[in-house]
Design a protein around this ligand. Structure first.
Ligand SMILES: [Zn+2]
Length: 147
């Protein structure tokens, strides 16, 4: 299950709406091993396309360096689908390289009039296998407990 706080959820959805009809993409980083999606990093869709997304390799490398220096990892990898179902495409599955990440798909195809609903779905993608998981939107993430 993906647990995400309302503010983070809202930022991802706002990004997807803003970039519509192009696909939006980004990462939510969090402390390594915590499964806490804490820091939204909006990325550039280097493909600038309504049917495809691709992280900019320079930007992605810089982000990974930044995450390493903070002991973070990509907890959520998100992008939007603007004309099709919010489900990972064959290409998305091929590009999914983070077995521990939650792959979030935001669907904005109903968003044409700027008021329609968006879909927000989360998946695990491991070895080409897609498994949908539940999304729980909470007001705030619980404070970290020390173990
Ligand atoms: Zn896609």
């Amino acid at each position: 299950m993906l647990t995400i706080d309302q503010a983070t959820y809202d930022r991802i959805v706002a990004h997807a709406k803003r970039d519509h009809p192009d696909e939006a993409c980004g990462i939510v980083a969090g402390p390594e091993g915590s499964d806490r999606a804490e820091r939204v990093v909006e990325m550039v869709n280097a493909a600038g396309s309504p049917t495809f997304y691709e992280f900019d390799s320079t930007e992605l490398l810089a982000l990974y360096k930044d995450m390493w220096s903070r002991d973070e990892e990509p907890v959520v990898v998100y992008h939007s689908h603007t004309a099709t179902e919010a489900y990972p495409s064959r290409t998305d599955i091929g590009l999914a390289s983070e077995p521990a990440a939650h792959y979030v798909l935001v669907g904005t195809r109903e968003h044409g009039n700027n008021e329609g609903p968006v879909e927000f779905r989360s998946f695990r993608i491991v070895d080409g296998e897609v498994t949908e998981e539940e999304v729980s939107v909470v007001p705030h993430l619980l404070p970290l407990t020390k173990e």
